[in-house]
Design a protein around this ligand. Structure first.
Ligand code: AN0
Ligand code: CP
Length: 314
């Protein structure tokens, strides 16, 4: 693995999962692999889990970490051939080349603008860093993908599933939110759940279809209650419209995850990447029930990141 931008960078999915599970059992087994290596983290957006879990994963491999919020540096131009007479002070060509001499790996979080769909789906920030850096690049949530989250989700499913993967019904359900959120977590979750051969059903209101490149092979169900029937896992997430790009088309509170809806399932476990808005996306009693995995799921962010960094250090 040269970079970790999406599931497509993973050469052996089973091996990576086994490595992550093995780090859960024995977190310090490779504590000198990253000796004298530094991970540089660059954040264009806020983060709690990704920042702390990736840092902890690096420590458990013996790496040092330098973190920077992008607004502490110069504004970076990502487009080639432009006259740089506006607000951008340096180009990614120099920034990525220089950073590659200062750290041994670069991890980046950069959300989409949610205005121009083609631009967001071109993944300019990741693509340009991969092109102009000479060290591995790690995606900490880009415009359209959040692979470290999805890998942690797969680890969590693996720990809690009661049947084989193809016989485990996983439902990705849209949930209400007041803000326009990216499609990254949902795209990526669909891609990973299908990649690991789970039986995936996606339910959302009309107008919230995701890009088929990520959901091909999943069943789409517009009736949320029908989708919940017999589910082993309910994975909730809000996303803004892909078709009417970046728009909030629905805030219907009937899509909130409630205890009554959970009774339709096969005693499903509840998952969410966090942060979650209580009593908007989900009712308190579901989130506070023993069936909620959200806190355990967040711990698995360490082991997902550790397995990935471990591989990139080879
Ligand atoms: C972000 C998103 O939906 O992509 C980050 C999730 C990990 N969520 C919010 O902005 C609330
Ligand atoms: N789930 C997740 O990526 O959380 P943060 O935005 O806090 O990193």
């Amino acid at each position: 693995m040269n970079h970790f931008i999406s599931i497509q960078d993973v050469e052996d999915k089973q091996a990576l999962l086994h490595q992550a599970l093995s780090f859960i059992e024995s977190p310090w087994q490779n504590e000198s692999r990253g000796q004298r290596k530094t991970l540089g983290m660059l954040f264009f957006n806020p983060s709690l889990r990704t920042r702390l879990s990736t840092q902890q994963a690096a420590y458990q491999l013996g790496m040092k970490v330098i973190s920077m919020n992008a607004d502490q540096g110069w504004k970076i131009e990502f487009e080639d051939g432009v006259i740089m007479n506006a607000d951008k002070a340096e180009h990614v060509r120099e920034a990525a080349a220089v950073m590659s001499q200062l750290v041994d790996m670069i991890a980046i979080r950069s959300f989409p603008g949610l205005v121009n769909r083609d631009k967001d789906y071109q993944e300019e920030v990741m693509t340009q860093f991969v092109k102009f850096a000479t060290v591995p690049i790690v995606n900490l949530e880009s415009s359209t993908l959040h692979p470290l989250q999805s890998f942690a989700d797969i680890i969590t499913l693996e720990q809690h599933r009661k049947a084989s993967r193809p016989k485990t019904k996983v439902v990705l359900t849209w949930a209400p939110h007041i803000r326009a959120l990216p499609q990254a977590v949902s795209n990526s979750f669909a891609q990973w759940a299908l990649g690991y051969e789970y039986d995936l059903v996606i339910t959302h209101p009309e107008g919230y279809q995701l890009n088929e490149n990520f959901t091909h092979g999943a069943r789409i169900e517009y009736d949320q209650l029908a989708a919940f029937e017999g589910a082993d896992f309910i994975y909730a997430k809000n996303w803004s419209s892909y078709e009417d790009y970046g728009k909030v088309l629905c805030t219907d509170p009937d899509w909130m995850i409630t205890k009554e809806k959970m009774t339709l399932t096969n005693q499903a476990k509840f998952m969410h990447c966090l942060p979650i808005r209580r009593n908007l996306e989900i009712a308190d009693d579901v989130l506070d029930s023993p069936d909620s995995l959200v806190v355990k799921q967040a711990k698995n962010r360490i082991f997902a990141a550790q397995a990935v960094l471990n591989e990139l250090l080879l």
